[in-house]
Write a protein that binds this ligand. Structure first.
Ligand code: ADP
Ligand code: MG
Length: 356
């Protein structure tokens, strides 16, 4: 579901929207100053990993670097998608569940391991074996509907990351129960963003912005070497309105929000981040959370975990880790930030109150 390609029309519409405004929830708010001699950045976008991907390089005028990065994202998508059985190692893993281990690439193994790490850290609130209930809800597709509670209850029993095993020496992975399913929807984008950053840096890029939907990653600062200004999405006005600005250099901003993918039934809203304890969407005071850290995959693991943990537990979860900062936005329009963000983040929309 997560990687499902939208039809061509949606893609074209999104591309057009992207050109005129911005189709993503987190984005640079002011065009960073251009390099004095060379003018505008070079920039390319594509629809990959179920989202609009945009790479902008401000120093090197070499499109081949962006092409190389986009190819790398395609390679990651092919291995981890749940929509293409010919290429996907995750589909192979899910199909062999309960029977045997399957060969996986180092890429897939890395993401599985990191996913297992966050599953453990969040005590199973984040769980990469959430696949059976993701499939059942179909959120993000035309088939989305509230499932039969009895069926949901049965599927919930299948979720258990401790029954996923990886073997780094032999590059294999295995699921214990035949009906289990891995879903990397919460973290594959982060992995891809980090890989793109590596490729750009290896090719000498020192000033760039990588945007994969809710994952923004900056390389260096802007051309004046000042921090990039990244807009934090207003979760109640999700298409292009910001509630605040984070000033960052060489960091990633990763947002998970309940507004991102949802459907409504009988006047109630159901979003795409599901609680493995109940099978239903996370239901607490947090409307969205943005994580600021070095690696986008860590941003991913933390943003989804914290959205499930809620404000109080989520705050402790973040403060208990080094070098991870967070911005929590609650349904009553209050903004809570971790201690390390005092000088980095400011609220710009007066409808929101920054709490101390
Ligand atoms: P987005 O896709 O908007 O960036 P997230 O990064 O928070 O949002 O990922 C949400 C996706 O993660 C869902 O679409 C689903 O594929 C998967 N998912 C849903 N619930 C969980 C969970 N409890 N643990 C791990 N992954 C989840
Ligand atoms: Mg994510």
């Amino acid at each position: 579901m997560f990687f499902k390609r939208k039809n061509l029309l949606v893609l074209i519409l999104c591309m057009l929207t992207l050109i005129f405004t911005s189709c993503v929830k987190t984005a640079p708010v002011t065009p960073p100053a251009a390099e004095p001699t060379k003018g505008q950045p070079i920039s390319k976008s594509d629809f990959l990993l179920g989202t609009i991907v945009e790479i902008s390089i401000y120093d090197k005028q070499d499109e081949a670097i962006i092409d190389k990065a986009l190819d790398r994202i395609r390679e990651i998508e092919n291995k981890m998608t749940i929509n293409n059985a010919e290429t996907s190692e995750i589909i192979a893993l899910n199909e062999a569940a309960g029977t045997k281990e399957v060969k996986v690439s180092a890429d897939t193994l890395d993401v599985l391991e990191r996913g297992m790490y966050y599953s453990e850290l969040s005590k199973g609130r984040f769980d990469i074996t959430v696949g059976p209930i993701v499939k059942l809800w179909n959120i993000g597709t035309d088939l989305a509907a509230v499932p039969d509670p009895k069926v949901l209850e049965e599927k919930v029993k299948l979720i258990d990351y401790r029954k996923l095993h990886v073997d780094r020496n032999n590059l294999t992975a295995k699921l214990d129960d035949p009906d289990m399913q891995v879903d990397l929807g919460a973290i594959a984008k982060g992995y891809a963003a980090d890989e793109v950053a590596e490729i750009l840096k290896q090719n000498g890029v020192q000033h760039a912005i990588i945007n994969l939907g809710g994952n923004v990653l900056t390389i260096g600062g802007n051309m004046q070497d000042s921090p990039w200004k990244i807009g934090i999405q207003d979760p109640f006005n999700p298409r292009g309105d910001f509630l605040g600005i984070a000033s960052i250099k060489d960091k990633t901003v990763v947002t998970s929000g309940t507004y991102e993918r949802y459907f409504e039934q009988d006047g109630k809203r159901y979003h795409h981040i599901l609680d493995p304890r109940t099978g239903y969407p996370a239901d607490n005071e947090v409307a969205s959370v943005s994580i600021i850290t070095d690696k986008s995959m860590d941003g991913d693991g933390n943003s989804t975990s914290v959205l499930l943990l809620g404000l109080e537990e989520g705050m402790k979860f973040i403060e208990g880790q080094k070098n991870i900062e967070a911005i929590f936005i609650t349904y009553d329009k209050k903004v809570y930030i971790t201690s390390g963000l005092q000088a980095t983040f400011m609220v710009t929309n007066p409808d929101f109150t920054l709490m101390n």
